[in-house]
Design a protein around this ligand. Structure first.
Ligand SMILES: CC(=O)N[C@H]1[C@@H](OP(=O)(O)OP(=O)(O)OC[C@H]2O[C@@H](n3ccc(=O)[nH]c3=O)[C@H](O)[C@@H]2O)O[C@H](CO)[C@@H](O)[C@@H]1O[C@H](C)C(=O)N[C@@H](C)C(=O)N[C@H](CCC(=O)O)C(=O)O
Ligand SMILES: Nc1ncnc2c1ncn2[C@@H]1O[C@H](COP(=O)(O)OP(=O)(O)OP(=O)(O)O)[C@@H](O)[C@H]1O
Ligand SMILES: N[C@H](CCC[C@H](N)C(=O)O)C(=O)O
Ligand SMILES: [Mg+2]
Length: 495
């Protein structure tokens, strides 16, 4: 695409040396620039992309988009706000892919990845081609792109959506994080359905207050549904959790139709008579299309919520209730979510991605409900993230399990001992016999497994599907599932 064609979408711009050039890509990281790219200089939290203009030119950038004047031998376009301009350029460059498929966005503190995979599985079971964008990656058919963020930046996002369209996706299910909404990573994305899971404490390092955190999530709903059409199927829908009070706020700020789901309060899609069983959870599903009993092969009330959100989406898409039931009853678990490690041991080992107070309380309550013996929990908290959740998570771990091993998660740039000290503020005053502290996560897992007796449940929380541990900015290979498996095999060998 010609630079002139691309930047035509921007009203305010200053084009220094208006030579037209061919643009073959858009890049915001000088290290990744390829010949022909438009390099966009962004002011980040750590550095200023304007400092890397020379590097981008060296690597063959065809043009540069900046906010403040720079010197360069290639065309320079100056705009008041490169981050805002980038959204328009990326949408245009990739030809507005979100308008060429049905985009389902999911936001909420917990349950985004799980719910998006449940929706993906239901849609796929009816032959609808579906792609996914989220914490575990970008995936369509056999094509996968690894991701660093749950919701990619606007250029990567539009590129991923283009891939979805080119691969023939009818749908893309996307996790929409509050950071992404606040930073404008999803600007221009045209949603068909927006789903809210729940709102509890997390990310206050970034948003400061729960109110601001809720406002950021609200952007998904305030951007939804203001263009009504006379084709009912094209009108946008907000799917809200009636048991979470933030839903009232989202309902007031969206122009879309609202469909609610829930357990405790009245809702359009509701679960009643929930029974927790050894092989999952069963309930009566009541919907505006009729009622049907469901046996879900997943555990915990929180997964009932996730499945209700997925049911609401499937009903909006016109999938018959009995087909939805069949899909739900044949669901496959999600990578690193309540995933069991089986190495022939006489106790249960679960690896889970609970890294917030609410999710930890949910999984521990669920583990307790079926444990024949004790519940042993291994838990840490991430560095460079919400410090306020550290004491809460340690408090919940020690209160809801019989024995806790307090350890490290991803310390990132923080001192692991200092993170553990923050956690300990939540356990002071309790007897010291129901927990221990082991900084090294591998040793912590091994210690927890050594304590386990037949019938016990060992819950290894926080890192789920992650295959690395980030210490001092370096990512080392680390997989809770492999470490647990090898530790159990090692013990069996010794015995
Ligand atoms: C706080 C935050 O969100 N930071 C994001 C941000 O990084 P940053 O602002 O620090 O970037 P920077 O390093 O200052 O760089 C500024 C610019 O200079 C460029 N640069 C930099 C160096 C260089 O040599 N050349 C160069 O061109 C960079 O490419 C960038 O364009 O921009 C990066 C590129 O898009 C993101 O990967 C990065 O996410 C980091 C990894 C992160 O941890 N983000 C978390 C907080 C996050 O976004 N989480 C959410 C939610 C998760 C959840 O819900 O639980 C998510 O969606 O993942
Ligand atoms: N609906 C829910 N309510 C509360 N906790 C949940 C819910 N669903 C899942 N969980 C718990 O939260 C953990 C993370 O779930 P999931 O990965 O689906 O959430 P997420 O919102 O995608 O998280 P992230 O913000 O890291 O992307 C799970 O491993 C489980 O412990
Ligand atoms: N998307 C979450 C992931 C947290 C995962 C946990 N293992 C940690 O490192 O804190 C975040 O960026 O806050
Ligand atoms: Mg996720």
């Amino acid at each position: 695409m010609k630079l002139s064609e691309l930047v035509d979408v921007l009203h305010v711009k200053e084009w220094l040396d208006p030579t037209d050039v061919e643009i073959t890509g858009i890049e915001t990281d000088s290290r990744e620039v390829k010949p022909g790219d438009l390099f966009i200089a962004l002011r980040g939290f750590t550095v200023d992309g304007h400092e890397y203009v020379d590097k981008a030119v060296e690597k063959g950038a065809a043009a540069i988009l900046v906010e403040t004047p720079v010197q360069a031998s290639i065309p320079i376009i100056q705009v008041p706000d490169t981050r805002r301009a980038m959204a328009f350029l990326a949408n245009r460059f990739y030809q507005y892919p979100s308008q060429q498929l049905k985009l389902i966005g999911i936001t909420g503190t917990n349950g985004k990845t799980t719910t998006s995979h449940l929706i993906e599985q239901i849609l796929k079971s009816t032959g609808r081609e579906t792609g996914i964008i989220g914490t575990i990656g970008v995936k369509i058919k056999d094509k996968e792109i690894p991701v660093r963020n749950t919701t990619p930046d606007v250029v990567e996002l539009q590129k991923s959506l283009r891939l979805m369209v080119d691969e023939g996706a009818d749908y893309t299910v996307m996790e929409v994080s509050s950071h992404a909404l606040h930073m404008g990573r999803t600007r221009g994305a045209h949603y068909h359905i927006a789903v809210f899971t729940n709102l509890t404490q997390d990310h206050l390092d970034y948003h400061q207050t729960m109110e601001k955190y809720r406002e950021a999530k609200g952007l998904l709903f305030s951007q939804l549904g203001n263009q009504y059409t006379n084709k009912q199927k094209e009108n946008q829908v907000a799917v809200l959790n009636s048991d979470d009070e933030a839903s009232d706020y989202f309902a007031t700020i969206t122009a879309a139709q609202v469909i609610t789901y829930g357990i405790k309060k009245e809702a359009d899609v509701r679960a009643k008579n929930i029974e927790h069983r050894v092989d999952g959870v069963s309930f009566e599903l009541e919907t505006f299309q009729g009622n049907v009993p469901i046996s879900l092969p997943l555990f915990g009330t929180f997964n009932v919520y996730n499945s209700l959100a997925a049911v609401a989406v499937a009903l909006v898409e016109g999938i018959p209730l009995l087909q939805i039931k069949k899909s739900l009853e044949n669901l496959e678990g999600v990578d690193g979510r309540f995933e069991s490690v089986q190495a022939g041991q006489a106790y249960t080992v679960l690896v889970d991605y609970a890294h917030t107070p609410d999710s930890l309380q949910n999984v521990l309550t669920t583990a307790k409900s079926f444990a024949k013996g004790k519940v042993i929990c291994v838990v840490g908290c991430g560095g460079d993230r919400d410090r306020g959740k550290r004491p809460l998570m340690a408090g919940i771990a020690t209160a809801y399990s019989d024995f806790t091993v307090i350890t490290s998660d991803n310390p990132r740039t923080e001192d692991p001992e200092a993170i553990i000290a923050d956690m300990m503020e939540g356990v002071s005053g309790q007897e010291t016999t129901n927990y221990t502290k082991i900084v090294d996560r591998k040793s912590a897992i091994e210690h927890a497994l050594k304590q386990a007796k037949p019938g016990d449940v060992v819950l290894i929380a926080g890192k789920g599907h992650e295959t690395y541990q980030e210490i001092n900015g370096v990512r080392y290979p680390f997989d809770d599932r492999k470490i647990a498996y090898e530790a159990i095999k090692g013990e069996q060998h010794e015995a």
